[in-house]
Design a protein around this ligand. Sequence first.
Ligand code: 5AD
Ligand code: SF4
Length: 444
Amino acid sequence: MFYIDHMREMFENRFGNLKAFVKTFGCQQNESDSEKICGFFRDIGFSFVDDPIFANLIVFNTCAVRHTAQDRIYGHIGMLKSIKRVNNNIFIIICGCMVELESEKNKILSKYPYVDFVCGAKSFEKFPELLYEHLTGIKIEENYSMSVIQKDKFKAWIPIISGCNNFCSYCIVPYVRGCEVSRKFEDILSDCKKYISNGTKIITFLGQNVNSYDYDGMKFKDLIYEVDKIDGDFTIRFMTSHPKDFTFSLVDTLAKCKHFSKSLHLPIQSGNNRILKLMNRKYTREEYIEKIDYARSKIEGLVISTDIIVGFPGETNEEFEDTISLIEKVRFFSIFSFIYSKRNGTLSATMQDLTKYEEKAKRIDRLINIQNKISEELHSELIGRNFRVFVEGISDEYLMCRTDSNLMVKILNGKNNYEIGNVLYVKIANSGRNALYAKLLEEI
Ligand code: 5AD
Ligand code: SF4
């Protein structure tokens, strides 16, 4: 396409040597979008560096889900000032969810004038065209299809549904990512076939709520069922699931699928029904537990994790104790817990919130302590068991691996020349709070 060639020429004339630094904040959806941004910049001639100092193009793909994420990103944008001072020619792009918020976009453009270009998450598919328009003033009606650079060859993120229609009262995502749009069934299937035949071992379907996937009547369980039929050595993961749409019939399908990873991330958010109602989650504690019990009865070895928000507006101590009793009852392998963060524009931002931050911090500490103990116990129950694992990272001391079900396994690095993506068979010898320690079966 002429404008892609033209951009290549412009950047070559400006920099000579095309080096890009891309940093991703936030969720896997952003990771997946960044893989496309990298694919696009590779297509116009860039290679990638690990340090912004050596780059002439810098991209930050941002997150807006909580204040803490946002503050951290502003810290990073602030640090770019000194880089720009040394190299005034550098081109800085801020994109993603934060830029979709009018207030933040205006703040970036006015307070950080060295930022060259911004592009919000909703406009992401038109990133190349919008960048071209920014550089030349010329509007393009075509759409350049961005190819992906897989960060790890053995893993593929596959977006299946974008946006969210749920409007949980605390959540900014529906505002920054728009309403749900399911990707074409055939396109997802052909992506899967392509990745699997190229040696990808872990396929992760992505969406804010994968369970509401619906393309012309084809549902999420149909998609999983069809992908499971593909020949090859691969594992299927997906995230995130919404408990209200996580159905018994989906569990029945998963139980039949030989490629299902047996890992499930099912955010509960709170164990108290009044708070769940205020959050607009549309399920009760009892319904949630019933679904977990059913899934565990059908799928042996299922590893379940969750998200919890502590200190939602008006949450009393007793209501928080319901969350504690829930995690003690369900016994998750791991929990991602967050102190409630007020996001302007959401419904809960209008709710009265009199609980002090210190009180919320105490609550989350209590939750984390109890969960640590549960995680430790669940991991220790796996000592003596055999697993198949993937090598995900290599340090001098350990091979850092994951089971299909996403549990972390560390193996002492015997300098056996293993590589990232290798499949190993191990026996669990020891355990900690967040990881298992294993020996290679062949060495036992
Ligand atoms: N405050 C705190 N946590 C939040 N999350 C989403 N919005 C907020 C917020 N306003 C958490 C939820 C969600 C995860 C991705 O982030 O637990 O599942
Ligand atoms: Fe946010 Fe709820 Fe949608 Fe998840 S399901 S993205 S928490 S609105």
